[in-house]
Design a protein around this ligand. Structure first.
Ligand code: GDP
Length: 329
């Protein structure tokens, strides 16, 4: 069993690789909910949606979010009614938001609603929201505090960022199953997600960092930063706002108290050497995921790194449950 901490787009690409190389039933995902928003009165959980769609084969790989082949008729109609249209939700995507919102209105928790939606869409992996309490990522800018989606989608992350905070985090509890999934997993992986606004909110939920510190499996993170820039999006700006350099050293620093292995791009070989001198295990590989093959290759490599080396007695008789498919003896 492996546990993956993840956000939406970068995380979804990595999870797309994982599902190709290991049984989905053996994956538990702890997903950021700091980006969640009420949109047209509906509860939208962008990162849970992206992970659900990738695992059900519905994700639009071109866009990196939403449902492939979706139409946007409702969005158009809402625009005609004078409603805001900056957050794009396709028609099929909207069906998930409608169902989730109804389940929440009936008193179900976000965990329960997620599990019901996943069951209906045939997702075999276990998707857990980081918390059932509302934790909201707030980005402080010169024009005031913005929600993450206002900062990222509505305003195209053009505003200078003064700081980031996770409103409600100190009173939040991890969702049922989260702590156990982390502590008992054979390995914990941090997807190449934004360290500040995707992994940061997860780590801000009291108890989750402590669970990582007592995890029995190895903990590996894949860097979303290559050289001195993120592969995509505002991670660099947000890391700077949190006092972290935009580099693999900054990623290592964000996770330094619990990280065993950092996976970075081959282009960061020199920076990797510097980190190794500080005692961190660093593996350089091809981390840019363009094709299905790239994703599978990265997932396979990461799983091999965290796979406990079989002892000579074990190697002839048994197998670790999460050794990547295609590399089975
Ligand atoms: P969000 O919730 O949509 O922001 O999703 P994530 O936090 O999961 O994904 C955003 C991060 O993914 C960004 O910081 C990117 O740098 C990173 N990313 C996107 N594509 C790739 C890729 O192919 N390789 C790596 N290493 N990182 C990527």
């Amino acid at each position: 069993m492996i546990c993956v901490l993840t956000g939406g787009t970068g995380g979804a690409k990595f999870v797309d690789g994982l599902r190709q190389v290991m049984p989905s039933e053996e994956i538990t995902l702890v997903v950021n909910t700091g980006d969640d928003l009420l949109w047209w009165g509906l509860y939208v959980s962008p990162d849970i949606d992206s992970i659900t769609y990738v695992l059900s084969g519905m994700l639009s790989r071109e866009r990196g979010w939403g449902v492939k082949g979706d139409t946007f008729l409702c969005l158009q109609a809402m625009g005609q009614l004078g409603e805001p249209t900056w957050f794009h939700t396709g028609d099929r995507d909207l069906a998930v938001h409608l169902l989730r919102s109804r389940l929440l209105a009936e008193g179900r928790t976000l965990s329960e609603a997620t599990s019901i939606v996943c069951g209906k869409l045939g997702v075999k992996a276990r998707i857990l929201p980081m918390s059932n309490s509302r934790v909201e990522t707030r980005v402080d800018t010169p024009i005031g505090e913005l929600s993450f989606e206002e900062y990222f989608v509505q305003r195209w992350y053009q505003d200078p960022v003064k700081s980031v905070r996770f409103a409600g985090a100190s009173d939040a509890e991890p969702a049922p199953g989260v702590i156990e999934a982390i502590t008992s997993a054979d390995a914990v992986l941090l997807a190449p997600s934004n360290p500040v606004t995707s992994i940061g909110p997860i780590l801000a939920v009291p108890g989750i960092r402590e669970a990582l510190l007592s995890a029995r499996g190895k903990i590996a993170a894949i860097s979303p930063i290559v050289g001195n820039s993120p592969v995509a999006g505002p991670a660099g700006i947000l890391m700077a706002a949190q006092g972290l350099p935009c580099s693999i050293a900054g990623v290592a620093q964000a996770y330094e108290d619990f990280l065993d292995i950092l996976v970075c791009d081959t282009r960061d070989a020199r920076a990797a050497d510097a980190l190794r001198k500080n005692g961190l295990r660093v593996q350089c590989t091809q981390t840019i995921m363009r094709s299905a093959e790239d994703k599978a290759a990265l997932a396979r490599e990461v799983l091999a790194l965290v796979s406990p080396a079989p002892s000579s007695a074990e190697s002839s008789t048994s197998d670790t449950s999460f050794r990547p498919l295609g590399r089975q003896p």
